[in-house]
Design a protein. Sequence first.
Length: 221
Amino acid sequence: MNLDFTFLSAEVVSNFVLKGLMFSVQLTLVAMVGGIVLGTALALMRLSGKSWLVMPAAAYVNTMRSIPLVMVILWFFLLIPLLLGNPLGAELSAIVTFTLFEAAYYSEIMRAGIQSVPKGQVHAGYAVGMNYPQTMQFIVLPQAFRNMLPVLLTQTIILFQDTSLVYAIGAYDLLKGFEIAGKNFNRPVETYLVAAVVYFVICFSLSMVVRRLQQRIAIIR
């Protein structure tokens, strides 16, 4: 194959790639924060012991984890406008879909983190007069977040990789930026190769940060 990367320049990066990278990062951060908040609520519902909370939370988590993400993206993008009467746009649809989808995975991580906290500490919270919400807020959840922080960040790296799936609904993410650049310069193979390298560098660098963080947390414990 006759590969030619000479078309790549700072102008190409600024005009095509940076816009997509900014949306991919924005989507990752918003979906991470929203997914952790909603996932924590789902985890607490599943651990509450009350069937009217456990059953809907379990149904939501199991359903979301059983459906491919790209199908959820397409369903939300195509069906929600029919119900609301007006389209949400590719970017907003991607943000809402990723937040709702990732909440199911963050929920399982948080549930494992909460269960990793010794029950004796929960009983100690009750002994000093705390109720269930206070015990969770001040004793259990801080320790659960610390225990699960490396896993939460690893799931966030996977989330960043999955943002490339918004390509299916035409959202302008990092992969879309490379694809448009490849079409404009008639170099699709080169741009996809560079996109793969960029994704690898970003995700590998973040995984190294997570590994070092995990080692520091292990030392503290």
